[in-house]
Unconditional design. Structure first.
Length: 175
């Protein structure tokens, strides 16, 4: 049962656990080639693929690790605008901060606002000592978000789908 156990609020946003009912949102967000251009994923084609993403990659994180990618809604209207959250990478044990928003919400500070809240939650509520954020070096907006929330550049990485800038936040390093 998914019960919105993780719930974070910011001045403009509500973040909550996703449920199977959020498959249409996942489909819409992940079917836009511009939204996923830097993440090394193919656009989703149908709701069945979105359900698979939820059941294989998103929902298990909540049960296994008490964290994961959280759906982001505007407080004022309830509109779903994207996701933001920390996931534990199963192969490395690294805690990874990520975010993804619909294009019409880019440049409005939502990624920064949600990522900062999630980072503070991860260090505070979950007592994570180290959280990593990675962004394709061509994705200047995403790199800027990681810098604005106080993460420190660590290195460049060629792992995965392209060259990424890797940033780290350690517990106690946030203002």
């Amino acid at each position: 049962m998914y019960s919105d156990e993780i719930y974070i609020e910011t001045p403009r946003l509500r973040l909550r656990e996703m449920t199977p009912d959020d498959a249409p949102f996942i489909l819409e967000l992940n079917s836009d080639p511009e939204v996923i251009q830097y993440v090394g994923e193919l656009p989703l084609k149908n709701v069945e693929e979105a359900v698979s993403v939820l059941y294989m990659r998103i929902l298990p994180q909540y049960r296994r690790h008490g964290m994961g990618r959280l759906l982001v809604e505007l407080k004022e209207t309830g509109e779903t605008i994207g996701w933001s959250g920390i996931k534990r990478e199963e192969d490395t044990g690294i805690y990874d901060l990520g975010y993804r928003f619909f294009k019409k919400h880019w440049g409005k500070g939502y990624a920064t606002e949600s990522a900062k809240a999630v980072l503070e939650w991860g260090h505070g509520e979950r007592a994570l000592k180290s959280i990593v954020g990675k962004a394709d070096v061509r994705n200047i907006g995403s790199v800027h978000v990681l810098e604005k929330i106080g993460m420190i550049f660590d290195r460049f990485s060629d792992e995965g789908h392209g060259k990424s800038a890797v940033y780290i936040s350690s517990a106690g390093s946030q203002d």
